[in-house]
Ligand binder design. Structure first.
Ligand SMILES: [Zn+2]
Length: 479
């Protein structure tokens, strides 16, 4: 899908508010989100049916040109087919009119995007992890969300309500002033609204085009290097040599005792059973909600702390230097995963990126993944061949400098900013960066290469789509 381009001087920004729906509104919200899921599943079934059909016909020896046509998955074609099917399909015929058409559009457009991603990933046109073919969403697991792009979408003038198509006017848990004043002043235009159930409550998120003047930073000429870690969340060194540390709040770790207790209560209640189809007891549901509350609180605390950190950093410095951490890789390490996920490294980087770019128009430099920030001496520039993780103090063999390991790394990152005053690309890859970046290739050694997928075809669920099976075998003969 084409990405919306805001007019110059404007940015696209989300304004999110917690909702306080009444009982019937809550039902309507659930109905809309369920409708989105139903439409998504319908689209997945409709498109893949043609794949199966073609596969079957091939086995009968039907010639290529008379095979069933591929069904297209573009949003307009899905919409067209769905609008015909909904009147007759028993899955929709009796109730589709109860929800806004936007609910079905949500599902169809998500399905369309899922097929796009799958196709692009398969053809090597999409970066990141290999995407599988779209699958049905289970009622039990699917996230409740629905997006409105047309119709009455507004923040009401009283500052405490929002109005959405079909759902009507819903009370908001917090004042909507931050968006309302902008809309009234004509500096903002609402593009769409998404309702979603998250962390135990309903939220509405308005996507708006907002006029945003760049905010000045306090020290435009100063640079800061940020070394992220688990023991101390961030060590920040600026170009004047001043070092600040941010302790790791460890929200999740602190809540673990509480979670452990809450989980024990849950496990003693009569929970749902997928195999027998047993419904959970009321007491189980209560206890489970209590446990979820702890999780939600942790998530909220983390989100708040990360925003405060990144906002203060980006508001102060003209240049921010961070390392390009392999967060996805670290999360695969069972010993690190919990701590890394709790610290939110990936989120810090994402927030720094958009805040420097859109809020202040300052620079963010991402040091290369192989830049030896810890192994380089911040005093003389000598690079150690090895520095195991348990050694917390850096002692330079060349100039005798003794400094905390993380302080040293942060200072090195800050110094990178001066090294690439001209470029905008990835630091450390540049010629100005220290030439001896990879002593003995020790950095690379730790990773083993995994074969991309298991040789056997099929997923855990057992269902293998015909076209998948084809490529799997093709892969194998090539290998
Ligand atoms: Zn040194």
């Amino acid at each position: 899908m084409k990405k919306f381009q805001p007019q110059p001087g404007f940015v696209v920004q989300a304004f999110r508010f917690a909702l306080d729906p009444n009982a019937s509104q809550e039902r309507a919200l659930r109905s809309h989100c369920g409708a989105a899921r139903a439409a998504y599943n319908w689209a997945v079934g409709w498109v893949t049916a043609s794949w199966w059909q073609r596969r079957a016909e091939e086995t009968y020896g039907v010639p290529e040109e008379s095979l069933t046509q591929w069904r297209p998955w573009s949003l307009p074609s899905l919409r067209k087919a769905f609008n015909q099917a909904k009147h007759t399909d028993p899955r929709f015929a009796n109730w589709w009119e109860e929800n806004s058409k936007e609910a079905y559009s949500t599902g169809l457009s998500n399905a369309s995007a899922a097929f796009d991603n799958y196709a692009k990933s398969k053809n090597g046109k999409r970066r990141g992890k290999q995407m599988g073919a779209p699958r049905f969403k289970a009622k039990r697991k699917a996230r409740l969300a629905c997006r409105f792009t047309t119709g009455t979408i507004r923040v009401d003038a009283d500052g405490r309500h929002v109005t959405l198509p079909r759902l009507g006017t819903i009370r908001v848990h917090e004042p909507t002033a931050k968006l309302l004043t902008r809309v009234l002043a004509g500096t903002s235009r609402i593009l769409s609204a998404t309702v979603r159930h998250e962390r135990g409550r309903w939220f509405v998120s308005f996507q708006a085009e907002v006029r945003r003047d760049l905010e000045r930073v306090a020290r435009p000429d100063a640079a800061v290097g940020i070394d992220l870690g688990v023991k101390t969340l961030a060590v920040m060194a600026d170009s004047t040599g001043e070092i600040r540390t941010v302790a790791n709040p460890g929200h999740y770790d602190r809540a673990r005792r509480q979670l452990y207790r809450a989980s024990r209560v849950v496990s003693r209640r009569q929970g749902p059973d997928r195999h027998t189809g047993a419904k959970p007891s009321k007491r189980w549901e209560k206890a489970n909600a209590q446990r979820n509350k702890v999780h939600h609180r942790v998530a909220n605390l983390r989100e708040d702390a990360l925003h405060k950190l990144t906002t203060s950093v980006t508001a102060e410095y003209g240049t921010v230097v961070v390392e390009d951490l392999n967060v996805a890789g670290m999360l695969r390490n069972p010993r690190l995963a919990r701590r890394i996920a709790d610290a939110g490294f990936g989120e810090i980087r994402r927030q720094l990126d958009y805040k420097t770019r859109h809020r202040h128009a300052t620079r963010m430099i991402v040091a290369s993944r192989w830049y030896p920030s810890s192994k380089t001496c911040s005093g003389c520039g000598a690079v150690k061949a090895k520095l195991p993780l348990h050694i917390r103090t850096y002692e330079c063999d060349a100039c005798g400098l003794v400094i905390d390991r993380d302080d040293n790394a942060a200072l090195n990152l800050a110094a990178l900013a001066a090294a690439c005053t001209t470029g905008t690309g990835v630091a450390g890859d540049q010629d100005t960066a220290p030439a001896v970046s990879k002593p003995r290739g020790a950095d690379h050694k730790t990773r083993t290469t995994h074969t991309r997928r298991k040789a056997s075809a099929g997923r855990a669920g057992g269902a293998t789509l015909p076209h998948q099976r084809q490529t799997e075998t093709r892969d194998r003969t090539q290998a």
